[in-house]
Design a protein around this ligand. Sequence first.
Ligand code: NAD
Length: 491
Amino acid sequence: MAVQQLKGIREHMIIAGKAVEQSHGDRIPVYNPATGAVIAMQPEAGVEGVDQAVQAAHRALTDSAWTTMLPAQRERLLLKLADVVEVHADELASLETLNNGKLLRFSLGMEVASAVQWLRYMAGWATKVSGDVLNLSIPFPPNTGYHAYTRLEPVGVVAAIVPWNFPLLMAVWKIAPALAAGCTVVLKPAEETPLTAIRLAELVLEAGFPAGVVNVITGRGDSTGAALTAHPLVNKISFTGSTEVGYIIARQAAQDMKKVALELGGKSPVLIFDDCDVEQAIQGAANAIFFNQGQVCTAGSRLYIQSSIYEEVVQGIAKLADDMVLGDGFSESTQIAPLISARQQERVQKYIKIGQQEGRLLTKAQDRPEQGFFVRPTVFADVDIMARVSQEEIFGPVLVANRFESEAEAIRLANQTEYGLGASVWSNDLNRVNRLVNAIKAGTVWVNTHNMLDPHMPFGGFKQSGLGREHGKAAVESYLDTKSVCVAYAS
Ligand code: NAD
């Protein structure tokens, strides 16, 4: 599809319900990763734009129709937004593929479809949030009784900062529970991928949300992002991205006691035992790393295989990798689309060079398209657990593999990482599966599958992979504060 035919490219932000074009700093080029062409120039919100957006969110929270809106009305608005997003599914999916590079069938069938699913699921929580009635034991003064209960109140203005790998879906993962809880939001998409977030903010208005409830500002992380996290009227920061930036944000949040949720990096292990369905495991392990070009925080980037089937499995995955067709995300035959940026391409190529020193390269060096930010899927075997490519998050289609002899060794390898986001176990031995599920230190453990998510299933990291949980009841509660109410009466 020609870029000119695509609807929805915007070069402004949405603040207080209005398009704002003014840039406080150099405008930021937005690229089509399949060609490297500039498709939009985005404003830098800067300190001034951030302040306008946060003030708008604060007004919407304290002095608008939103302030006194009933839970059932918030539910209706979220359901309406889901419908509006669904009506614009083709447009949003095309924008996502143009801006992020990913396969159009995933933009449509996974990213936009999941955004709709999450909005509908979270809509239901608006009317289900409730506190507790408490039995107190306070014995004085004489002849006094107490009636006590908890109220769950919105935490306030939420700064939502999201990365470029699932731009629309991750925006919805933060906005939907925040709105169900009654908060207002300032969303900052990644500088690489602002387009679907801006369209989403327009659709939020079309669905009927009051101006200022959802604001979208654009800009670089260390300027606009930093100003947003430092703003005194922001009550909670919800961040997804690199662990490195996660530390910066956690320090900022600690300075003025903002609530903070961090969904960070990963180096998720895939453990394949010789009692599994080997064909299914080969395909599953390939999908676990190559889906979205490996730009997935839970990508199965470390593969450990029981010795007796080691060579069969690694060679099987390498063959699948070699057969994969690289191309534009809009083409139906494409299996591997471009990475997000020239910078990410360079970073992944650097790791592939390091991997050649640290392991046995199984995939063939084949051509890749001349234009665009492509990297071929790559598999290294016999990589030591302490090698850099085993320990550092690459965030590209690069798999490192090694063998294990015993269950105990598999557990040790799985847990020998600073991260703890996801893991998968491939086995048909029920006893073994249960032992491994208990022993693996990760926020999600999949069995005979990988990367499957659902709005009802909490998601987040152990160790350096983050703080807090998205999805499910846990996500809604993370946007609520508990107030205890204690009423004395003459008994
Ligand atoms: P990043 O962490 O730098 O950026 C993520 C978001 O944070 C972006 O919106 C960015 O503008 C913003 N940001 C950056 N610095 C900030 C600051 N000081 N204050 C506030 N906001 C700030 O990630 P990246 O540069 O896009 O990617 C680098 C690496 O991070 C990747 O190679 C990958 O390893 C990892 N990553 C992880 C995830 C994930 O889902 N866990 C997603 C994207 C990237």
